[in-house]
Design a protein around this ligand. Structure first.
Ligand SMILES: Cc1cc2nc3c(=O)[nH]c(=O)nc-3n(C[C@H](O)[C@H](O)[C@H](O)COP(=O)(O)OP(=O)(O)OC[C@H]3O[C@@H](n4cnc5c(N)ncnc54)[C@H](O)[C@@H]3O)c2cc1C
Length: 398
């Protein structure tokens, strides 16, 4: 339904990029906790930072499905590389394109494709993760400008970014309608990128704090209408979930690839039909679950490309693929024993890296809540349709 020769071509290009440019340096980057500068430049040159940016703005203009396949392929080798391009596209380019005015698009988007000027997305704060209503950053109107104050934590890509989307409370008494989004340039007075977070995995991905101290912005720095921030980041995260699903899928596939090779070459299970079931069964479970996760992720991407509702499917894809990624990387370590547990085995890094997928852009628990809401809404709609279809006489007696 969704696969064609263009997707295949893009998959092959990304696979070759990952294997020739990323694979040789992946363990070094994990140890030094630094994204290789040459790799970063190569990703920009390949147009991987602007995949979701339309061609008219200098981007690659890929479909969501093609983009997801690239995130999957890079994550198969390196989760840090995967999250770097995923955040640049779905949390950076996508909301600017979707919610930005013509002037904001013209100002920000061409630089992504031409110069790799990344955009970071600043929503999370200490005390405001799953529940964004805890946002403490404020934007106050003052003398025809906006004055921003506050901090953001665990933000992906700030050290590589030129532009920042930041959410802030503009109307404290308006609840969800009281949050707005702003576009901030890195050189704006009072803005700074804070300390880099130390973390369990994704070592080569930049994750840092942002600080706003009396940052003065023009009135036109607001992204979309005042009070639309909440709605905007919900829509942004709907798309972002496809990216995290694709990332988890890549890490799951990467784990299976390593474990399968080990089972064949080192454990010698090839050709044996008994006696190695402890190894064969988890390999089969991994492959089956990966196939199911791939269908969920691609289907959500396909629906988005067809401009059909996709939020329930992207939540399911993200939830399931993340848990499959965790299962596969953990199973791969078990299959390989100490050779999997050993630092540098790839699969131990995949396990550390994939753990983010069950937390970032909505935890698994929050996704279960989101999905159940869709189920209840669908049931309500069905009940209403059944009631409406009943003849008037039955409605009265019912
Ligand atoms: C590597 C990394 C990169 C990130 N990049 C970005 C970024 O670029 N931009 C950005 O804005 N943010 C980013 N984040 C933040 C990320 O989106 C948050 O971690 C996520 O929203 C969850 O928030 P939290 O970690 O504060 O967890 P919390 O919200 O504190 O949750 C803690 C626990 O409580 C549970 N919980 C919370 N609410 C409920 C509920 N209503 N019902 C049931 N259980 C609940 C959660 O499921 C979880 O188990 C990043 C995080 C990481 C780790």
């Amino acid at each position: 339904m969704w696969w064609d020769s263009k997707v295949e071509e893009i998959r092959d290009e990304a696979r070759s990029f990952a294997e020739s440019i990323v694979a040789p340096i992946v363990n070094r980057m994990d140890v030094t906790s630094e994204m290789d500068s040459h790799l970063l430049e190569e990703m920009k040159r390949a147009g991987y930072m602007s995949m979701l940016c339309p061609k008219e703005y200098g981007g690659r203009g890929l479909s969501t499905l093609e983009y997801a396949v690239v995130v999957e392929e890079l994550s198969r080798i390196c989760g840090s590389t995967g999250i770097t391009i995923a955040a640049a596209n779905s949390l950076g380019v996508y909301p600017v394109y979707l919610f930005g005015s013509q002037a904001q698009r013209d100002l920000v988007l061409p630089g992504v494709g031409e110069h790799g000027n990344l955009i970071s997305f600043g929503l999370t704060e200490p005390g405001a993760g799953s529940d964004a209503s805890g946002t403490k950053t404020t934007a106050v109107e003052s003398n025809g400008n906006w004055l921003l104050n506050g901090s953001k934590c665990f933000i992906t890509n700030p050290r590589f970014s030129t532009w920042f989307i930041a959410t802030a409370v503009t109307d404290p008494d308006a609840g969800a309608r009281g949050i707005s989004s702003f576009l901030v340039h890195k050189d704006t007075d009072g803005f700074s990128v804070g300390k880099a977070e130390t973390k369990m995995g994704l070592h080569a991905s930049d994750t840092s704090m942002l600080h706003f101290e009396d940052v003065t912005l023009d009135t036109d720095a607001i992204l979309g209408p005042r009070g639309d921030g909440f709605k905007q980041f919900m829509m942004t995260l709907d798309g972002g979930r496809i990216s995290i699903g694709a990332m988890a899928l890549g890490l799951a596939q990467g784990s299976l690839d390593v474990a399968l090779r080990y089972a064949k070459d080192t454990l010698g299970i090839e050709g044996k039909i008994h006696g190695r079931q402890a190894i064969q069964f988890p390999l089969s479970d991994m492959a089956t679950q990966i196939e199911a996760a791939r269908h969920l992720v691609y289907h959500a991407a396909y629906l988005k490309d067809q401009k059909q509702p996709f939020a329930k499917q992207s939540a399911m894809a993200k939830l399931y693929a993340s848990e499959v990624g965790h299962f596969c990387s953990d199973s791969a370590i078990q299959i390989m024993g100490l050779d999997g547990y050993r630092t540098g085995s790839h699969v131990e890094r995949h396990l550390r890296d994939v753990r983010l997928c069950e937390i970032g852009e909505g935890t698994s628990e929050v996704h279960r809540i989101v999905i159940s809401r869709y189920l209840l809404k669908e049931l309500e709609a069905l009940d209403k349709a059944t009631r409406d279809a009943k003849p008037e006489t039955e409605k009265v007696t019912a």
